[in-house]
Design a binder for this molecule. Structure first.
Ligand code: MOS
Length: 721
């Protein structure tokens, strides 16, 4: 038993829906974000000019008009940019890759930076950036995949997952199956677009670079700058106290950070750079375009006998990111004959990067739609088909699945949603001019563990202080860490201060991959126990006073968690989070308008630390699923590679009117085999599988099977007949 399971539930703090600590600061505007920060004197402002071709070279660039404009201090181009290490393509982790800017004439994609103007004010910098005139040698690029474009098969996908797996004999198993589904699904590039744009304030103090930035994981920045600028990590001091969303787009270094860093060095003054919303479409990576072939074979009873998942996506040769889309099928359903594989092709587009639920979002959209197609072929209930193929051991590794609750999520959800009222035949349920249908899909998400250190202290000013470099990217880190410390130390929640997101604080695993809460609370739990031991005191309200009586200068202790690679026998268990999505929607029989009526997600992610902040993340993820299925995509111009809808006026997102009441249910059961405190993560889980539930509900409503996403009226309406 951990100290988080105190028997007195009346006083328990962990598991309560406590309001976000930083909420008042955020709603009153007193939470200052990177671009609003000041310090070390007045900052100059940088603004990028960007390329208007998709592939080629700068022939000439004229900055003279801008240089003569008021307030302009410097214009950086490839002619005067300081030397930076080349992009280290060989580094498999896109998160720590060097990201040099303005290093040559080469243009790799539309919107590539060609100049950085540094001026007294934002308006002056923007104006001068618009006055930069470049001519180009344009080369034909490939912006959209077509059959015959070179493709290769990588050994590894992102996050170290095997590129391919094989078990049994897939081809024979599939060929001899009684029922078969063989379908191809296509998804367009998908952008993270957090509300707060990418922004950095930089200044130098001798050889030390100080950064205030909007980022998910500070140690990744240090690793990237070690390569790019040859800076020792201790010479890169970073602070990111508030981050307005990340969704994967703030895991790597981008042009704002490099521009501010080199700009500040060149002018010898602080410089801040913020990407515009439009620039975020080309200077931040996207979820790449995917084409996935899913083949499912089943016996007459619906037992899967063959599962094949082949993923083709773009991954750029100079800045590779191979989304681990095929991994979702590896631990999802049982079945003897299996294969998964990734193949990649290069396109002259902005490079791919992690976008919320990398792998699972597009992967489950394909596989869970295919499962619906199989249920249809078998004339079987889609919930029953999934339950029949559930398993307690990992179908590929043979390891026991910890906290495997897929069936429980499906059954609980079916009951709560009223699934038994669903009519199996499409178009069977009508409401005036609307066809009404229901869909289901499973959710699964891998659980990771990263090296983490946390410190907790009793301070001379009679407070408890939690110290970690983890960021709070809008998820509630400040709040849940105070809850855990208060719980383990037996003190009041209000006595705990949480210091986060500075590189002088102990290094954690950062916020990403749904691991922030699980890593940090496990290490914090241990730190708190170590503090009690050092103090020689029991947990309780007298802790601070008694500790200071013996240690007037205060007392601190650390806790740590090893990375999964350093945990002996980590692979002897297979750890994931689970869920089930249910959707009811209506389709207008003439206009094709889709109205979502109800959404339910039932989730299992181990111990729920704070149902309020957890619900918010899960609910947001479910809406991401809606959006990926029915709304959002970066539309690429096949002639020039520009994103034609690259701003929030045209990049279609669901608004409040598109989203009905969303019901989120959490099975709150600590998974102590996954993590010492039983916590897994919720950041991505809501977005895993959600999209497929919409596609499946659409089919059940109107009989149109969507296999290209997002669903577009131009293909839906003709099929409505
Ligand atoms: Mo996540 S896409 O690892 O922030």
């Amino acid at each position: 038993m951990t100290r988080l399971d105190s028997p007195n539930t009346a006083t328990r703090i962990v598991g309560r829906p406590i309001d976000r600590r930083d909420g008042p600061q955020k709603v009153t505007g007193s939470a200052t974000y990177a671009y609003e920060k000041t310090g070390a004197g007045k900052a100059l402002v940088g603004f990028f000019a960007t390329a208007t071709i998709g592939r080629g070279e700068i022939e000439t660039i004229d900055t003279s008009a801008g240089e003569a404009m008021p307030g302009v201090r410097l214009i950086v181009t490839y002619r005067n940019a300081p030397q930076q290490a080349a992009l280290d393509t060989g580094n498999r982790a896109f998160t720590t890759r060097a990201r040099p800017i303005l290093m040559g004439r080469r243009i790799h994609h539309f919107g590539h930076p060609i100049a950085l103007v540094i001026a007294e004010t934002y308006e002056q910098a923007r104006d001068a950036a618009r006055s930069v005139v470049a001519t180009y040698t344009t080369e034909p690029g490939t912006f959209v995949y077509a059959e015959g474009h070179p493709v290769h098969q990588p050994e590894l996908a992102n996050a170290g997952f095997a590129g391919s797996t094989n078990l049994g004999d897939f081809e024979t198993g599939f060929a001899t199956a009684a029922f078969r589904v063989d379908q191809t699904y296509e998804t367009l590039p998908h952008c993270a677009q957090p509300l707060e744009p990418h922004a950095t304030l930089a200044h130098w103090e001798g050889e030390t670079l100080h950064l205030t930035t909007s980022h998910q994981t500070l140690r990744y920045i240090q690793a990237s700058l070690r390569t790019a600028l040859g800076l020792a990590p201790e010479n890169v001091v970073i602070s990111a106290p508030f981050v307005g969303g990340g969704f994967g787009s703030k895991l790597a270094v981008h042009a704002d950070l490099m521009g501010a860093a080199i700009g500040a060095r060149m002018v010898g003054q602080p410089v801040k750079v913020c990407l515009t919303r439009q620039q975020m479409f080309s200077l931040v990576g996207m979820r790449p375009w995917h084409r996935q072939r899913v083949r499912l074979g089943a016996d007459a009873d619906g037992r899967l006998t063959a599962i094949g998942h082949e993923v083709l996506l773009y991954s750029n040769e100079r800045d590779p990111f191979i989304e681990q889309t095929g991994i979702v099928t590896r631990s999802l359903y049982t079945g003897p004959n299996r294969m998964t594989r990734h193949r990649v092709t290069h396109l002259d587009l902005p490079n791919g990067e992690a976008v919320r639920a990398p792998g699972e979002l597009p992967g489950l959209l394909a596989v869970e739609t295919a499962m619906d197609e199989l249920a249809e072929a078998l004339d079987m209930d889609p919930v029953a088909l999934r339950v029949l193929n559930d398993t307690t051991t990992d179908p590929e590794s043979g390891a026991p699945l910890t906290g495997r609750t897929l069936t429980q999520c499906l059954r609980t959800g079916a009951e709560r949603f009223g699934w038994s009222a669903r009519l199996r035949q499409p178009r069977a349920r009508r409401d005036g001019n609307w066809f009404v249908g229901m869909g289901v899909a499973s959710a699964i998400r891998t659980h990771f563990q990263g090296a983490t250190e946390v410190e907790v202290a009793v301070t001379p000013d009679r407070r408890i202080q939690v110290r970690s470099d983890i960021t709070d990217i809008g998820t509630g880190s400040y709040t849940i860490l105070a809850q855990v410390a208060a719980e383990v130390l037996g003190v009041d929640f209000s006595e705990v201060d949480v210091m986060l997101a500075h590189t002088r604080l102990p290094a954690g695993g950062g916020s990403g991959g749904s691991w922030g809460a699980s890593n940090t609370t496990a290490a914090l739990h241990q730190a708190c126990l170590a503090l009690l031991e050092r103090a020689g005191l029991p947990a309780g309200p007298g802790l601070v006073r008694q500790t200071l009586a013996a240690h007037p200068a205060g007392l601190s202790a650390r806790g740590s968690l090893p990375s999964m690679g350093n945990v002996p026998n980590w692979r002897e268990k297979s750890r994931h989070t689970y869920g089930a999505h249910f959707v009811e929607l209506a389709v207008h029989r003439l206009t094709g308008e889709i109205k979502v009526r109800r959404m339910l997600g039932v989730f299992s992610a181990g111990r729920i630390l704070n149902p309020k902040t957890a619900r918010s993340q899960l609910l947001g993820g479910m809406i991401w699923g809606l959006s990926a299925a029915l709304r959002e995509a970066a539309e690429i111009d096949p002639r020039r590679g520009n994103i034609v809808n690259g701003d929030l006026a045209e990049y279609l997102l669901p608004v409040h009117a598109d989203v009905p009441d969303v019901d989120v249910m959490m099975l709150d059961e600590p998974d102590l085999e996954a993590n010492p405190v039983g916590v897994k993560g919720v950041g991505e889980l809501g977005a895993c599988g959600s999209s497929a539930a919409f596609a499946n509900a659409l089919y059940n409503a109107c009989g149109v099977r969507a296999r290209s996403f997002p669903v577009h009226l131009s293909s839906l309406v003709p099929e409505l007949g």
